[in-house]
Write a protein of this length. Structure first.
Length: 386
């Protein structure tokens, strides 16, 4: 567990915000940009997270890359004040009960347990969308109808690693959703519990592995979406925000196609697009999150490609084989483990970032950096195997 020279027992060493999640480096960077002193609790305590935060607590892993609720509650009780804003990142999608526990003891700033349950329970979510007239994929309670493609997903899952083509869901904790063909995009937005404000659209892609064909690969933005369609999405998300009481930063995954669009999923927390949007011309996104949770939506125009707007891309680099990191990673890599860290095959090593004049250039730079990292780390993979 990383240590800090700051003495947490002294009042002058207080924090402005507490950030918790599986990986909270993006939130820590936004806090630093906003001038906020952050206490971070996550599973990795990466080197750049430690440099960005005032103090970092490495949490115990539970069942792979899940948060251990007991350890999280214990560490928060030990290090975090009850009145300091607590912002939750990834790792709480399937745990509304844990969010309720946290809200009872700490000052959670964001969507509550009830909102989370309504958005992440697939049946409740589909019913809510139907009631609001928002286009969405059908759920199949049994087998998919003949001739219909379907995806099996884990309830509350994130990251895409749990998604697979299937004819029938495997049982409790899983569901079957209609597959919708089209362009996969995500929209970052803010909610104040009553209305939503769109911030920017991004494109996303998969980095398929043998057992995870829809594993999350990365994102790039901003991308342009037809004005009429963007207005439809904004109206739909405002209706949904008011219906479920969504607050703060969130993202919605969409499929755009010739006939229109479908809303696939809503993640009611700050996510991966912090890496491409938490930079000028936008203000610090964590500050916008705190403001929206207090009922203040910003008067910001939708961020679109154009003059003066740099395109950015960020992708996850997964270990192709078991490895031991021998050297520090390049500056364009984020979520940097310390040299000597052992990483199993298929686990994320770091986030790779790139920028360009447009999306094509940003993704081309990202691809070159991914290739460079793959070649550079091949030695580490061989060393781990010997």
């Amino acid at each position: 567990m990383p240590s800090s020279s700051r003495d947490l027992s002294r009042p002058e060493d207080g924090f402005d915000v507490v950030l918790a999640g599986i990986a909270a480096r993006g939130l820590a960077a936004s806090a630093r940009r906003a001038g906020l002193r952050a206490l971070v609790l996550d599973l990795f305590a990466d080197e750049d997270t430690r440099a960005l935060a005032s103090h970092v607590v490495q949490l115990r892993r539970h069942d792979g890359f899940a948060l251990d609720p007991d350890d999280l509650l214990e560490q928060l009780g030990r290090h975090a004040g009850a009145d300091v804003p607590l912002v939750l990142g990834t790792g709480f999608e399937d745990a509304p009960e844990l969010v309720a526990q946290l809200a009872a003891r700490f000052h959670v700033v964001g969507s509550g347990a009830d909102t989370l349950a309504k958005l992440k329970d697939p049946v409740l979510f589909a019913r809510q969308l139907a009631a609001l007239g928002i286009p969405h994929p059908r759920l199949f309670p049994g087998a998919a109808p003949e001739g219909r493609r379907a995806l099996e997903k884990r309830v509350g899952g994130s990251g895409g690693g749990h998604v697979r083509p299937a004819r029938r869901a495997r049982g409790a904790g899983w569901y079957l959703q209609e597959f919708v063909e089209g362009r996969s995009v995500s929209v970052l937005f803010l909610g104040d519990g009553e209305a939503a404000r769109l911030i920017a659209f991004s494109e996303q892609w998969c980095d398929a592995s043998d057992d995870a064909p829809f594993r999350y690969g990365g994102c790039a933005g901003p991308v342009a979406v037809e004005d009429a369609r963007a207005r439809q999405v904004a109206d739909a998300l405002s209706k949904l925000t008011g219906a479920v009481g969504l607050k703060g930063l969130a993202s919605a995954d969409l499929i755009l196609h010739d006939e229109g669009w479908h809303l696939i999923e809503v993640n009611p927390r700050p996510g991966a697009t912090l890496d491409i949007f938490d930079a000028p011309p936008l203000p610090p996104l964590l500050r916008l999150h705190l403001d929206a949770c207090a009922g203040r939506l910003p008067e910001l125009p939708l961020l679109v490609p154009g003059a003066g707007v740099e395109a950015r891309a960020a992708g996850l680099f997964y270990a192709p084989a078991a490895m031991v990191l021998r050297d520090a990673l390049p500056d364009w890599a984020a979520d940097r483990p310390a040299p000597g860290t052992r990483i199993a095959a298929g686990e994320p090593v770091c986030t790779v970032r790139a920028a360009g004049r447009d999306i094509a250039e940003a993704r081309a730079v990202l691809a070159r950096r991914m290739d460079h990292l793959s070649r550079a780390l091949s030695t580490a993979s061989r060393a781990a195997a010997e």
